[in-house]
Design a protein around this ligand. Structure first.
Ligand code: PBG
Length: 330
């Protein structure tokens, strides 16, 4: 039997750097990246054991230096997470809307030093709650929805007043996007954006983050508000609601294990999609790289590119500064 001639040879489109460049469907650049930063009061920085090379930056410590480094390689945005002293944590988390608290001070310091920086703030109660939950907890352990949303609105408003550019609710309470949007609009913060953590899964990949903020739940888990890792259609329902409630951008979190959700959401709605490469994803890559089992530069850039290819416009990553530096080096 004569051999069939091989007419299609996909390898022809991979034969040189230039031809591969013609065919590239996704790319990564510094403008896609957001650097998450852990902040604490005072002048000391503290390492986070489960997140090598990440620090909790003191407000008068290394915070400005870390932001300067990010900006110098083209990263234009940061998102702030506070380590609140245990003595300031309460069951009702009042510290979350204290206008003299850690987050408003951090926003003001950053805005004063870097007026062009986009500052994103997290809206949720867990860093401020003695219960370690994103919402208020009733006497019998229920996470209260509507009562929590009222507190979240106060928190969001205080952050807008302090100068935040984008408010990012990560709490997963129902109706919070619309309520926050209304609160901001009533106070004429019409240009402050809402980036909703729309599909946030009840994931074990948040472990190192909770170490960093000492914010793990005191009892129970987050499964009555964060989503079941098994579900994707539910993510689209959340997306539909956030669109109607006036969100400007939607997030999927974690990122790497949920690429199918990013893809589905980016096809289902016309808002920009963000994805969060979370602390556990960072820790995995870092741990393997530190042992010499993986090539750090290559796997980090590949993991971020894969998130872009799946459909994310914006990526929150603890590798943001390092990745942007690598991209600059070419
Ligand atoms: C809490 C919050 C969490 C993260 C961001 N905001 C943790 C959680 O829900 O328990 C996780 C980020 C990460 O793991 O990097 N509102």
């Amino acid at each position: 039997m004569p051999e069939e001639p091989l007419l299609s040879r996909p390898r022809r489109n991979r034969k040189s750097k230039v031809v591969r460049g013609f065919c590239r469907e996704a790319w990564l650049s510094a403008e896609h990246l957001v650097l998450p930063l852990f902040v604490q009061a005072g002048g000391q920085d503290e390492p986070i054991p489960s997140m090598p090379d990440c620090q909790r930056y003191g407000l008068q410590g290394g915070l400005l230096g870390a932001v300067e480094a990010a900006i110098s390689v083209g990263v234009g945005a940061v998102v702030l997470f506070p380590r609140i002293e245990d003595s300031k944590k309460t069951p009702t988390a009042e510290e979350c809307y204290n206008p003299d608290g850690l987050i408003p001070k951090a926003i003001q310091t950053l805005k004063k030093n870097f007026p062009q920086l986009t500052v994103i703030t997290d809206v949720a109660l867990d860093p401020y709650s003695s219960e370690g939950h994103d919402g208020l907890v009733s006497a019998d352990g229920e996470i209260l929805n509507d009562e929590t949303v009222e507190v979240l609105c106060r928190q969001a408003l205080m952050q807008a007043e302090a100068g935040a550019d984008i408010i990012a609710p990560s709490d997963m309470m129902d109706g919070r996007v619309g309520a926050i949007r209304e609160t901001l609009d009533e106070e004429e913060y019409i240009n402050v954006s809402v980036l909703s953590y729309c599909a946030k899964y009840a994931s074990a990949f948040y472990g190192p983050f909770r170490d960093a903020l000492a914010s793990a739940p005191k009892s129970g888990d987050k499964k009555t508000y964060q989503m079941d890792p098994a579900n994707v259609r539910e993510a689209l329902r959340e997306a539909e609601l956030d669109v109607t409630e006036g969100a400007d951008m939607l997030m999927v979190k974690p990122a790497g294990p949920y690429l199918d959700v990013i893809r589905a959401m980016s096809e289902a709605v016309y808002l920009p999609i963000a994805a969060y490469q979370v602390s556990g994803e960072y820790a995995m890559l870092k741990a393997a790289a530190d042992r010499g089992w993986l090539d750090e530069r290559a796997v980090v850039l590949e993991s971020l590119l894969a998130i872009r290819r799946a459909g994310a416009d914006v990526i929150f990553s603890y590798f943001a500064t390092q990745a942007a530096r690598w991209l600059r080096e070419g």
